[in-house]
Every structure is written in structure tokens, then in C-alpha cells.
Design a protein around this ligand. Structure first.
Ligand code: SF4
Length: 350
């Protein structure tokens, strides 16, 4: 069996961004310590020293608001309750304004070896539209400081689909990416803030961005994710390959022994259940494993084995005929030029 990943949700942010759908709460320092104790409790309840982990992803929220000592504490709890391998990928999500060289050095010493930096854009107008609390220079400095601290495995998040973006300003963004040389880029189309009738515009931005990243030597391996060779996000690949992962923290999701689970997206319910020695679970409908495999696996540009589609022979034949699926060796995959139609394609299997 492939090794498992551990996702730790830290839900606090300095302030809520209007476009964000993650479970988050305004930062209150006294709540942070309580949350850390609960995360330790939850890992204790899920204790399985035989469960081999090779990735940890601390996401949020804004986990770069944690000090390095607090990150160490979480990793120590993971190592105490599970079999955390020495060569594990340990990712921390970070906002640029939280990062400076001394903190990054301490985080590296605490065990973090990969950063996912929410730069979003390197254009001031885009950041102003998003009402981000960092500016373009802070975004650049954060990536440079990470490298100076010995954290070379850096992913940069970019958002596209903003009314402030044009093909020209986006091209300027990719000149910054070229100079910063990250190992990974995640490219998200922001839903819900588009001007009317801009789907074509978003698609043009997406495919321009894709081409810019390919020209810079990145591989496009998942709808929203691009990497230097060998630098795909090992943790996130578990989601798309149906590998097991634990999720701890309010709202965190996990997939273990073929079952999905989700924790309550509510700090009080989360804490109250753990105090009683119970897992803070929500009821989640069981997803058919064949459908789950297709839904998660078709996000990968390499696709998944054709054998996964046997229950859908008519649908698959139609999608192949329409060019919405293609054969890649033994796999079936959505061709890159149709990848923005993924949701419509998945509709044939749900
Ligand atoms: S900082 Fe990140 S997690 Fe927090 S509200 Fe903004 S986008 Fe969401």
C-alpha cells in the first residue's frame, strides 16, 4: 500500500479574504494554543504507529502565523502517533507578509522542507483588487528569502480570472516567475468575481499562463498544477491517486481504508467532541469508489488506467469520439486543450 499523507488544518487568518471558501476564523492568539492542544488530541485519537506517513501538509487558513516552535510541536505529535518517515515532504502554506529570513530559517530547522507561498500575483492592481495585505515586492522577497534560508522547494500560488488582468499584465507576472525560479506553480481560476461573459477571457489567460510555464520548463501535471521535473507536490498527488491521507483540524478531510471522512467545520463542535474523547466527524455520504477514482484521477494530465472506465463503456466511447478523452499508453486522459471542460466531462460519470 502506498504511504499515507497527513493534512493539518490551521484555520486562523489575520482577516478574511472576500473570495475565500476555506474554513477560516479571525486570528485570536489565545485560540491558537487551544487549537494546538486539540490537534494533538485528535492525532492521539487517530493514533496508529504502524501507519507510514511520507508527507505532511500544514494548510489553512494562514499557518505561516504559527511560530517555528508551534510547527515543531505539530510535527512532534505526528511523529509520536504515526510512523513519520525521515525523508517526508513537509509543506507549510504561507502568506508572503509573514515570511522573513529568520523565521524561514527556524521553520527549516523545525523540519519544513517545502513552502506553498500565496503570492496570487506580482501585479499591484491584482493584489489591490483581491485586497491582499501584501504587495508585489513582498511576494518577490518572500520567495527570495525562502531560497536564502535553504528552502529551495517553493511553490507559488497564482490567481487568474481577475477583472484587473490582461494578457499583457499576466505576461509581466511570468517574467517575475522566470526570475524567481520556483519549483512549482499552482494556477487557480477565481470563480465568482468575473465580469459578465468573460469565460473566454479566463480561458485565454489560462492557456497563456500554461504556455508561459511550459516555455519556462514546467510540466503541466494536474488541472491547476505545474512543476519542474520531479517536483510535483507529493502530498497533493495522494488526493488524485486515491492514496490514503489523514486530515486533522476543523473542516479537514481524510481518506482512509477506502472511506472519506470530514471533520466539523466549526471550532466549538470540533473542540467539544475532542474533549469528550470523540472524533469531530461530520456524516459524509459514501462515494462510489469507481466514480471517486475517475473524478479525482482525471484531474491528472497523465490520466488513469483505461480499466477504471469499464463500467462506463458507452460514455467513454462517446467522449473518445468527441476528443474529450484521449488514450495515453494504457491510460485515458482529458487532453490539455480540453482541460477547462473537466467538470462537464465528469458529468458523464456522476
Ligand atoms: S489568507 Fe488565505 S485562507 Fe485566509 S481568508 Fe485569505 S485566502 Fe482564505
Amino acid at each position: 500500500m502506498s504511504k499515507a499523507g497527513l493534512y493539518i488544518h490551521f484555520p486562523f487568518c489575520r482577516r478574511a479574504c472576500f473570495y475565500c471558501h476555506f474554513f477560516k476564523k479571525k486570528l485570536r492568539p489565545r485560540l491558537v494554543d487551544a487549537l494546538l492542544r486539540r490537534l494533538e488530541l485528535e492525532m492521539g485519537l487517530r493514533r496508529d504507529p504502524g501507519l507510514a506517513l511520507d508527507t505532511v501538509y500544514i494548510g489553512g487558513g494562514s499557518p505561516s502565523l504559527l511560530g517555528a516552535g508551534q510547527v515543531s510541536r505539530l510535527l512532534a505529535a505526528a511523529a509520536e502517533h504515526f510512523n513519520l518517515g525521515e525523508k517526508s515532504e513537509i509543506t507549510l502554506e504561507a502568506n508572503p507578509e509573514d515570511l522573513d529570513l529568520p523565521l524561514l530559517e527556524r521553520l527549516r530547522r523545525a523540519g519544513v522542507n517545502r513552502l506553498s507561498i500565496g503570492a496570487q500575483s506580482f501585479q499591484g492592481r491584482d493584489l489591490a483588487f483581491l485586497k491582499r495585505t501584501h504587495d508585489a515586492a513582498q511576494g518577490r522577497r518572500a520567495v527570495e528569502a525562502a531560497r536564502a534560508a535553504g528552502l529551495a522547494n517553493v511553490s507559488i500560488d497564482l490567481i487568474i480570472g481577475l477583472p484587473t488582468q490582461t494578457l499583457r499584465t499576466q505576461d509581466a507576472n511570468f517574467r517575475v516567475i522566470e526570475a524567481l525560479r520556483p519549483s512549482h506553480v499552482s494556477l487557480y481560476i477565481l470563480e465568482g468575481v468575473r465580469r459578465p461573459a468573460t469565460d473566454d477571457h479566463d480561458a485565454r489567460l489560462y492557456f497563456q499562463a500554461r504556455q508561459a510555464l511550459l516555455d519556462l520548463g514546467f510540466e503541466h501535471y494536474e488541472v491547476s498544477n505545474f512543476c519542474r521535473p520531479g517536483k510535483a507536490a507529493r502530498h497533493n498527488l495522494k488526493y488524485w491517486r486515491m492514496a490514503p491521507y489523514l486530515g486533522v483540524g476543523p473542516s479537514a478531510a481524510g481518506y482512509l481504508d477506502g472511506d472519506d471522512y470530514r471533520n466539523a467545520p466549526d471550532l466549538e463542535r470540533y473542540g467539544a467532541a475532542l474533549k469528550k474523547g470523540k472524533l469531530p466527524l461530520l456524516r459524509t455520504p459514501r462515494l462510489d469508489p469507481v466514480k471517486r477514482r475517475i473524478i479525482t484521477g482525471l484531474r491528472l494530465l497523465a490520466g488513469i488506467p483505461a480499466s477504471a472506465f469499464v463500467a462506463f463503456s458507452a460514455e467513454t466511447a462517446f467522449l473518445l469520439q468527441e476528443g474529450l478523452l484521449v488514450r495515453k499508453e494504457n491510460n485515458l486522459a482529458v487532453p490539455a486543450e480540453k482541460i477547462l471542460l473537466l467538470n462537464e466531462i465528469l458529468g458523464y460519470f456522476i
